[in-house]
Write a protein that binds this ligand. Structure first.
Ligand code: PBG
Length: 308
């Protein structure tokens, strides 16, 4: 009765990794329990998640190196299997909330979220590419687009492009304060999307900065974000709390791959009581102020609620 915080299944967004082909369920070394799925098997997985009470998913594509180029052209190509998958998933499961990833890195031969010229990430020339990617995802039926790229001004440009194309009902969940974090390692393994050279520090945030997060919050809000996000979650609970105190928008937090990997590894070694530590982790993110949590623990958490 006096408990202040609950983590409900409707607070959670479950990230899913998609590969081309059929009958594929490929494990990821550093993320035990998480797979790269082909669409056919992914649909079964989504069906199971729905039966457990999960409602919201974010989809990431793992793209073959052969299809990558400097301008991420495959991201808006009509035979892109990611766009086809969005269409099929939303047709089969119209009641779920499906969120996309908007960034160049899964499709980029440079492995960067923005366009690379002479070793530099060129912010403004990246914006039309991201806008086009978002419109294609909207055409395929996505509910929420998720710009994870951290270019300046992209929320406004994407909003305008979506509206012009008639997709006024598609929402934007902006990765507002996304830090240049070491905790993304396992994800980059999952998608084979690590930068080919350099790092992401010219566009992702310095982990030392908090006031800058507030500046990003103001910009994303003015540009038309419907949700704002802090990423990663655990080392940035103070930023989540700061956002909650400074916005009326829903605050989301991305409990990232490295956070998942750490807890899984310690649990597997028997160094920590995984079944207690995992819900405690989710609770702490919610208590800090997150309304929504993107987490690889979502399915296991749902299973736990069922067997409790
Ligand atoms: C890149 C992207 C990343 C993640 C989501 N989108 C990695 C990166 O910025 O290099 C990380 C998610 C995770 O670690 O779970 N657009």
């Amino acid at each position: 009765m006096v408990r202040e915080t609950q983590v409900s299944l409707t607070d959670l967004i479950y990230p899913l990794f998609l590969v081309d082909g059929s009958n594929q369920k490929i494990s990821i070394n550093s993320m035990p329990g998480i797979y790269r799925w082909s669409l056919d098997l992914l649909c079964n997985e989504i069906e199971e998640c729905i039966s457990l009470g999960l409602r919201s998913f974010v989809l990431f594509p793992a793209i073959d190196d052969k299809l990558k180029d400097t301008h991420a052209t495959y991201s808006w190509s009509d035979d892109n299997f990611y766009l086809k998958a969005i269409r099929e998933i939303k047709t089969r499961f119209p009641d779920i909330v499906l969120m996309s990833d908007v960034a160049m890195d899964p499709y980029s031969s440079d492995g960067h979220d923005g366009l690379v010229r002479d070793g530099q990430i060129v912010n403004d020339e990246t914006l039309p590419i991201l806008a086009q990617m978002a419109v294609k995802q909207a055409e395929a039926g996505i509910d929420i687009v998720g710009p994870s790229d951290m270019m300046d001004g992209r929320v406004g440009v994407i909003r305008e492009a979506l509206d012009e194309a008639g997709f006024t009902n598609v929402s934007i969940m902006s990765y507002t304060a996304k830090y240049a974090s070491a905790y993304y390692g396992p994800f980059r393994e999952a998608l084979d999307s690590a930068p080919k050279s350099g790092d992401k520090k010219t566009y992702q945030m310095d982990p030392a900065n908090k006031m800058e997060a507030l500046r990003e919050l103001v910009l994303d809000t003015e540009e038309g974000a419907d949700f704002i996000m802090v990423k990663p979650a655990l080392c940035y609970l103070d930023v989540i709390a700061l956002f909650k105190a400074n916005t009326e928008l829903p605050v989301s937090a991305y409990n990232v791959s490295g956070e998942y990997a750490m807890l899984k590894a310690a649990g597997e070694k028997g160094w920590i009581d995984y079944n207690k530590a995992m819900p405690e982790m989710l609770l702490s993110i919610k208590r800090a102020g997150a309304d929504i949590i993107l987490t690889y623990f979502a399915k296991e958490y749902a299973l736990m609620q069922k067997t409790r």
